[in-house]
Design a binder for this molecule. Structure first.
Ligand code: 5AD
Ligand code: SF4
Length: 490
């Protein structure tokens, strides 16, 4: 599998295609008397969210607007950016595509596009070819930068175009349009792909080999974001700690430090860290800059050394726990979250007990817990004989969840009485007049503003992206209540 650098000529093809599509859609809009719109559905992780921001950027350059802003109108282009990491993804995609059959019957001009990680799984693509011939365009995540060219071609040929390759591309992201979807948080991928091949995981197949972005290009993007007033940046990669720059001469700590030196940012986050690669240097940097999040996402996956081996996770619990202890000692107010899979093939009750033990000792502040699901083409999917019955998995999952719920609640309770800085994310969905935001440790806070601190003429959403201090008054299972103490001036 080759890694191909996207050339300036390739990019020129895309910008030419964008201009031609813009002309095409504007001409058609004039003919029919209404503008063209897109409807995008994004599933999965922040990397998919980031890809969708690029797709939206391209849609906008084609002159299309979000269908959500046109009440009562049907979209002209529907795009599904899929995720293949866990189960149900297939059912949901094919269910959705079935629904579109009716829509397409009443609107023959509707353009349906499917992309994302599921398109790297051959059987999914074959099923689209066979059962959903009305899907216009299919492409894989590595071809994202080619979306304008592919869309143009699919409109020209007027039949299904499937473009799924084996190449991994690395493009200069600064040349690809992007429409950031959040006012205060910017997603910045620093690397693509994964080389780890954990035996349960489809990502290395779906996203290809690790490619680190050019160091200076990331720094330039960060500087631009800082000058645009973004308060929070999230550095993204499947395994950020193996970042090395495009030339192989850089490191993640170097990048993290350079980002932290940009004082316009009040929150710098990064995801995900692999326990085998995170090191003391990263934790030291986290402890020494006050604009770095004090939250570490450190996927455990299993508390059993035996299962970790079967998962091809090259660390053991002793090593994992020494990282946890180091983090807790250097950043006592910090928080650790994790990912755990229950029911990996061959997991015994004893293995599972080890997971519960580690969870108890590590006292995770929060955790994403998953029931194992075999992913096509992965090594673990071939361990069929060792699959565990659904009932056993559900029962274990329930026990893990109730333990973790207790720990998450404890972590929230420990905040009560404290005053901390909160980055406001907007209006809370819990009640009107309540704002929501996060602490540096990534705790979710819902809080009120005393009348004397309210800014005249502000609606709840005008506070989005601002920093304030909040006194925490009450803990809930998944959040903390509080009252604003002061609002920081810009
Ligand atoms: N089954 C269940 N959970 C999975 N994850 C990845 N692959 C699978 C799978 N086949 C979980 C891991 C990973 C998170 C993003 O999704 O815990 O860290
Ligand atoms: Fe998947 Fe493992 Fe890579 Fe994470 S590190 S994306 S779990 S293969």
């Amino acid at each position: 599998m080759a890694i191909i650098k996207v050339t300036d000529d390739d990019i020129k093809v895309q910008s030419d295609s964008l201009a031609q599509l813009r002309e095409y859609f504007s001409m058609r809009a004039m003919e029919r008397g209404s503008s063209f719109t897109y409807d995008i559905h994004t599933y999965g992780c922040q990397l998919n969210e980031s890809d969708s921001e690029k797709i939206i950027g391209m849609f906008q350059q084609m002159g299309l607007s979000d269908n959500k802003d046109h009440e009562g109108k049907d979209p002209d282009v529907v795009l599904l950016n899929t995720c293949a990491v866990r189960e149900n993804a297939e059912d949901r995609l094919f269910g959705n595509l079935g629904e579109f059959k009716k829509t397409k019957r009443s609107n023959k001009d509707l353009i349906i596009v499917v992309c994302g990680c599921m398109m790297k799984v051959e059987e999914n693509v074959n099923r689209i070819k066979k059962s959903f011939p009305y899907v216009d365009l299919v492409f894989d995540p590595q071809q994202l930068h080619r979306f304008p060219e592919l869309l143009k071609e699919s409109l020209n040929i007027k039949k299904q175009l499937v473009n799924v390759g084996t190449e991994d591309y690395i493009a200069d992201d600064s040349l690809i349009p992007i429409a950031r979807q959040r006012k205060f948080r910017a997603l910045v991928p620093i690397m693509y792909g994964c080389n780890n091949f954990c035996t349960y995981c489809i990502v290395p197949y779906a996203r290809g080999r690790e490619r680190s972005r050019d160091f200076n290009s990331i720094i330039d993007e960060l500087k631009t974001l800082e000058s645009q007033g973004y308060k929070e940046v999230m550095l993204l990669g499947q395994n950020v700690n193996s970042y090395m720059g495009e030339d192989g001469k850089h490191t993640f700590p170097e990048l993290l430090r350079a980002a932290a030196e940009m004082k316009g940012f009040s929150r710098i986050r990064f995801m995900s860290s692999h326990p085998k690669d995170i090191n003391a240097e990263v934790i030291d940097i986290m402890a020494s800059y006050d604009n770095l999040e004090t939250h570490l996402h450190l996927p455990l996956q299993s508390g059993s050394d035996r299962i970790l081996k079967l998962m091809n996770r090259p660390y053991n619990i002793e090593q994992y726990m020494s990282t946890v202890e180091l983090f807790r000692s250097k950043i006592p107010d910090g928080a650790i979250s994790t990912d755990i899979i229950v029911g990996f093939p061959g997991e015994t009750e004893e293995d599972f007990q080890h997971t519960l033990d580690v969870v108890k000792t590590a006292r995770f502040d929060s955790a994403f817990t998953f029931q194992y699901s075999p992913r096509p083409g992965t090594k673990a999917a071939a361990m069929k004989d060792d699959f565990i019955s659904h009932d056993v998995v559900t029962e274990r999952f329930g026990r893990l969840l109730s333990l973790q719920n207790e720990l998450t609640f404890d972590s929230n309770k420990a905040k009560v009485g404290k005053v901390e800085e909160v980055l406001i994310e907007g209006e809370s969905s819990t009640a009107p007049d309540i704002l929501t935001g996060r602490t540096r440790s990534n705790h979710l806070i819902n809080f009120t503003i005393p009348d004397e601190l309210k800014v005249q003429g502000y609606s709840a959403n005008d506070y989005e992206g601002k920093l304030c201090t909040v006194k925490f008054t009450n803990a809930r299972p998944y959040s903390v209540d509080g009252v604003m103490e002061s609002l920081k001036n810009e």
